[in-house]
Design a protein around this ligand. Structure first.
Ligand code: FES
Length: 200
């Protein structure tokens, strides 16, 4: 059992209280809170969009950068902040904030059918970029098991396709189907919707 499981019933975690690899604290620390970037034309593999077949991995600034295994993802704990990694080259696509992915494990029985179809043993993956105004969704309401955006308090239910629960956002966080390959979590298809906020 990992020691960084948040206490039951705690208030939403913040970067000050969460372990470094959880939530989006590491990305913020690395200065990735820059304006939203276009991924479409970028040929730098570290900035390219997530590709089916990419592994999910901890970023290079994490204390233990490597591909994620199911054992890293603790039931009901705050999300891990991870990135796609090209399995062939080993390049982690960590140089675009659009590639930030929230990875968490929930009780499989709590997932709706569509979410369960994208999950592995209750492990689900979502874009970390808020669909309201593209802030990083960086807080976790442990008592409700909701993802929370700190900018305007939109909440998403990760057991229900990250559907909006409350707040100003109009649509869910895009979901990412995953599968297990050689004990590594691997992207199994495209995001369910466009990433980021709608155009103004
Ligand atoms: S940017 Fe997330 S709620 Fe506004």
């Amino acid at each position: 059992m990992r020691s960084d499981t948040p206490p039951d019933g705690s208030a939403p975690e913040t970067c000050a209280s969460a372990p470094r690899r959880r939530l989006l604290c590491a990305a913020v620390a690395a200065g990735l809170g820059a304006p939203l970037l276009s991924l479409a034309a970028d040929t730098d593999p570290s900035k390219m969009p997530a590709q089916p077949g990419d592994r999910l991995a901890f970023a290079s600034w994490d204390e233990d950068p490597r591909p994620v295994t199911p054992a890293d993802v603790v039931l009901d704990a705050a999300p891990l902040s991870v990135y796609p990694q090209d399995g062939a080259s080993g390049v982690t696509r960590e140089n675009s904030r659009l590639n930030q992915i929230l990875l968490l494990r929930l009780d499989p029985a709590s997932l709706d059918d569509a979410t369960r179809a994208r999950a592995i043993d209750g492990i689900v993956a979502y874009s970390a970029i808020c669909t309201h105004a593209a802030c990083a969704v960086s807080e976790w309401a442990a008592d409700k098991r909701h993802l929370v955006c700190p900018c305007h308090s939109s909440e998403y239910d990760p057991a229900k396709g990250a559907a909006r629960v409350t707040g100003p956002t109009a649509r869910p966080l895009p979901a990412l189907p995953i599968k297990l390959v050689a004990d590594k979590l691997v992207i199994d298809g495209p995001f369910s919707a466009a990433l980021g906020a709608p155009a103004p």
